[in-house]
Design a protein around this ligand. Structure first.
Ligand code: SF4
Ligand code: SF4
Ligand code: FES
Length: 488
C-alpha cells in the first residue's frame, strides 16, 4: 500500500493506483482528455502532466502508478505551462466552431481552454481541414476537425462493446478516426462512443442539433427496457425527454448503456392513451373511478382477476393489490409482462421487464400467490371482472380476447393497443419517464425511478388510480400502501 503526497496531502492507495486516481480521491482536479475511469489507460493526450520527485520532467499522471514516497505537485509553474502548451498544440488545427457544436456547454476542451490557456491562436498558417459531419453508423456522426485523437472511442468499442469497429488512421495533424472500409459503427453500444468523446467530434444522431445542452435539466432515473436496470440520466427540456445518457452505477452498469435502452423514450412520444374512456367514449376521470368502484364489488362473486406487469413500480403493485382487495376480497393476481428478447454478455438481459424481482417481492410480502396467466385466459368467460395493468403484455392479443369476454373489463395503460381497444374502461397511466417509485433489478439491486416529465393528459401512476379507487370505496389506503408520489 504505497503512501504518497499530492500537493502536500498524504494518501495511501492500493498498489497499481494511478496518480490521477489518487488525486481524484483527494478531490484534487487534474485535467484530462484521454483518461477515462472505465477504460484502459492510453496516456496519449499529455493533458494530465504533473511534477514528481521521481522524474526530471513532468509525467502523465494517468499513466504513472503511485509509489511509496512519491511527492506529486499538480500546480507548479512548470505544470501549468505544460498544460497551456498542450492545449495550444491540441487547438492548432481545431476549427473552434463552438457556436454550432452540439458539445458546447459540456465540452472538456472548451472548459480546459478557459481554465488553462485562454489566449488567441498564434498559428500563422491556414488550419488543416478535415471531414465534417461524416456518418459513421446509424447512431453516430463524426467531425474529424474537432477530434483530438484521444482514442477513447476506439477503446470503448474494443473493451466495452467487444466490437473493434473503430481505428485511428494517418499520423500527426492528419490523424483521424474511421471505420474499416465497407463497415460501419453499428454495435449495440455505439452511442457510448459519443458519451466518452471529450469534445464534439462524435455526436449522436438522436440528439444532434436538437437542443442546447445548457437548456436541459437532468433527472437521474433507471432504464426500463430490460431487467438490468441501467442507471440513466434523462435530459429534459420543455417537459420532453431530449436524450437519455448512461449514469455511473458501479453495481449495475458501470458507465454504460445500450443504444436500444437510450432510444426507448421515443416509444412513448406517440400512441399514448391520454384520456379516460368508458365504452369507447371519452369520460371524466372521477366518473371512471366511481363507476369502477361501484361495479367491482358485485363482480367478486364470479371472480376478479388482475393481470399485473413487471413494469409497475413496487409501490404501484402494493397499492393496486390493496385497493382491489378492498373492493373484491377474493380477487386473484397474475403477472404478465413483455416478451423475452435478445441477451448479450455485456449489459442487455433477455427479460425485457425492469421489475419482475420487485413485483415478486411485493406479492410475497402481501401473501399473494400469483396465478398462471394461461389459467386466467382459459377462465375468462366465467370471470366477473378482468383488470389488465400495462400495455407491455406478451400475450396482448389473448388478453384482449379475454377482456372482450368478461362483463367488467378494465385496462390501465400508457400506450394504445389491442388491450385498450378491447376494454370497457380505459385509464391512461404514466410512461416510465413520468413514473416515480422503486424497481428491483434482476440481481436484486433496488433503484429509485424518478419522474422526468409531467404525465400527458389525464395519465396517472397505477398507485394514484388505486388510491383514488380505495378512497371512493371508503377504504383509504394505509400509508405503507401509498406511493412515494410527487416530483422529486
Ligand atoms: S472522436 Fe472523440 S473520443 Fe474519438 S478519438 Fe476523437 S476526440 Fe477522442
Ligand atoms: S442494458 Fe437493458 S437496462 Fe441497460 S440500457 Fe440497455 S435496455 Fe436499458
Ligand atoms: S489524460 Fe493522461 S495522457 Fe491523456
Amino acid at each position: 500500500m504505497p503512501t504518497l503526497t499530492i500537493d502536500g496531502r498524504e494518501i495511501t492507495v492500493e498498489p497499481g493506483t494511478r496518480i490521477i486516481e489518487a488525486a481524484d480521491r483527494l478531490g484534487i482536479d487534474i485535467p484530462r482528455f484521454c483518461y477515462h475511469p472505465g477504460l484502459p489507460v492510453a496516456g496519449n493526450c499529455r493533458m494530465c502532466l504533473v511534477d514528481t520527485n521521481r522524474s526530471p520532467k513532468p509525467v502523465a499522471s494517468c499513466w504513472d502508478p503511485c509509489q511509496d514516497g512519491h511527492v506529486v505537485v499538480t500546480n507548479s509553474p512548470r505544470v501549468l505551462e505544460a498544460r497551456r502548451a498542450v492545449l495550444e498544440y491540441i487547438l492548432l488545427n481545431h476549427p473552434v466552431d463552438c457556436p454550432i457544436c452540439d458539445q458546447a456547454g459540456e465540452c472538456d476542451l472548451q472548459d480546459l481552454y478557459f481554465a488553462h490557456d485562454h489566449q488567441p491562436s498564434r498559428h500563422p498558417f491556414h488550419k488543416h481541414h478535415k471531414d465534417k459531419a461524416r456518418v459513421l453508423g446509424p447512431q453516430i456522426i463524426y467531425d474529424a476537425e474537432r477530434c483530438i485523437n484521444c482514442t477513447r472511442c476506439i477503446r470503448v468499442c474494443e473493451e466495452v462493446a467487444k466490437a473493434p469497429q473503430l481505428v485511428q488512421v494517418q499520423r500527426g495533424e492528419r490523424a483521424y478516426i474511421d471505420v474499416f472500409p465497407g463497415t460501419q459503427l453499428d454495435h449495440p453500444y455505439s452511442m457510448c462512443t459519443a458519451d466518452v468523446c471529450p469534445v464534439g467530434a462524435l455526436t449522436t444522431r438522436d440528439f444532434r442539433f436538437k437542443c442546447r445542452a445548457w437548456l436541459t435539466h437532468g433527472i437521474q432515473t433507471v432504464c426500463g427496457e430490460c431487467s438490468r436496470g441501467c442507471g440513466i440520466r434523462a435530459d429534459v427540456y420543455r417537459n420532453a425527454v431530449q436524450r437519455l445518457v448512461p449514469r455511473h452505477n458501479p453495481d449495475v452498469n458501470q458507465y454504460w448503456a445500450c443504444d436500444a435502452g437510450r432510444l426507448a423514450y421515443h416509444r412513448f412520444e406517440t400512441g399514448r392513451v391520454s384520456a379516460v374512456r368508458i365504452g369507447g367514449a371519452a369520460a371524466d376521470y372521477a366518473k371512471g373511478v366511481r363507476d369502477v368502484a361501484e361495479a367491482l364489488p358485485g363482480a367478486d362473486a364470479r371472480g376478479v382477476v388482475v393481470v399485473l406487469t413487471p413494469w409497475m413500480t413496487c409501490e404501484d403493485v402494493g397499492a393496486v393489490v390493496a385497493a382491489v382487495r378492498s373492493a373484491a376480497p377474493g380477487a386473484t393476481f397474475a403477472v404478465g409482462g413483455a416478451a423475452p428478447g435478445i441477451q448479450d454478455d455485456i449489459l442487455v438481459r433477455a427479460d425485457k421487464n425492469p421489475n419482475r424481482n420487485g413485483v415478486a417481492k411485493v406479492l410475497a410480502d402481501l401473501g399473494v400467490t400469483p396465478v398462471a396467466l394461461d389459467a386466467v385466459l382459459s377462465q375468462a368467460p366465467s370471470l366477473g371482472a378482468l383488470i389488465v395493468c400495462g400495455a407491455e403484455q406478451a400475450k396482448a392479443e389473448a388478453l384482449a380476447g379475454a377482456l372482450a369476454a368478461v362483463p367488467l373489463s378494465i385496462v390501465l395503460a400508457a400506450l394504445e393497443g389491442p388491450l385498450t381497444a378491447a376494454a370497457r374502461f380505459v385509464f391512461p397511466t404514466t410512461s416510465p419517464y413520468e413514473a416515480d417509485g422503486t424497481w428491483v433489478n434482476e440481481s436484486g439491486v433496488t433503484q429509485r425511478v424518478r419522474r422526468a416529465v409531467e404525465p400527458v393528459g389525464d395519465a396517472k401512476g397505477f398507485e394514484v388510480w388505486a388510491s383514488d379507487l380505495a378512497d371512493r370505496l371508503g377504504t383509504p389506503l394505509a400509508a405503507r400502501d401509498r406511493a412515494i408520489g410527487g416530483n422529486p
